[in-house]
Design a protein around this ligand. Structure first.
Ligand code: UDP
Length: 238
């Protein structure tokens, strides 16, 4: 995998859990800062960056509804959790000199910009990092689907999914020593084999719009930048 991905505009999707660090819940500022630095190093290459951050470190709609909450309300709470994560990331990015906009799918004008597609595109052209918050704005969706939707709308060339492992494996590499990593895998194979990449609606939306998904490890220092310079290990879903 030498010399391949050199993209000009990308979507970076991370889960909320990526921000909780060792504490197991909520936001861990040093971890947010570490990821912000990874983003900066790619921004410094001139790559235009969109981001979607999940909310699972704070609240997931499905968990709330499993405990008896009404599902749509629980989902709105999950979407609000993603706004908190987006603000934390914005703060960390601006601390290190990276101009950033938080763009919310649910209007809250005092806190974040509303989503207006052309305005967001303009921010990207001006090399501002755009963090798309509040998911798609709709219950029953996930931030994986939001990331794919915005990647399509913003004409990103690829979706980078930062995880704890360096790609997609045929079984859980944390549990099985003989788990094998795919270099490439098709969308249909991911769906048929229930491989752990993103949820099925997000995979289908990426497939139908031919957006490659690059699954890579966010724990590898310099990993994000490395892949954009044609190095490192990852799985490309295509
Ligand atoms: N959510 C939603 N619609 C969306 C995106 C997210 O209702 O378009 C809610 C949903 O309840 C979800 C929560 O927000 O559980 C947090 O998002 P997600 O679970 O995708 O976060 P992650 O697992 O990536 O941290």
């Amino acid at each position: 995998s030498v010399q391949e991905p050199t993209y000009k505009r990308v979507m970076l999707k991370i889960s909320g859990e990526a921000l909780m660090g060792p504490q197991g819940y909520g936001l861990h500022p040093p971890t947010v800062e570490r990821i912000a630095n990874e983003v900066k190093s790619v921004r410094d290459m001139g790559v235009e960056i969109c981001m979607v951050i999940g909310g699972g470190n704070i609240f997931r709609g499905l968990a709330g509804s499993a405990q008896g909450m009404e599902r749509t309300t629980a989902d709105y709470m999950g979407m609000l959790a993603t706004v908190m994560n987006a603000l934390a990331m914005q703060s960390s990015l601006e601390e290190i000199g990276v101009f950033t906009r938080v763009i919310s799918a649910i209007r809250m004008d005092e806190v974040a910009e509303p989503y207006i597609r052309r305005r967001a595109v303009r921010h990207l052209e001006k090399k501002r990092v755009c963090i798309f918050a509040a998911g798609t704005g709709n219950p029953y969706f996930t931030t994986d689907t939001a990331a794919t939707l915005r990647a399509n709308e913003m004409a990103c060339e690829a979706i980078f999914k930062g995880t704890k492992v360096d790609g997609v494996y045929d079984k859980d590499p944390m549990k099985h020593d003989d788990a094998k990593r795919y270099d490439t895998v098709t969308y249909d194979e991911v769906l048929a084999k229930h491989l752990n990449v993103m949820d099925a609606s997000a995979i289908a939306l990426a497939r139908d719009n031919r957006k490659p998904i690059i699954v890579f490890s966010l724990d590898e220092p310099g990993g994000f930048r490395g892949i954009l310079s044609g190095q490192g290990t990852y799985t490309k879903v295509q």
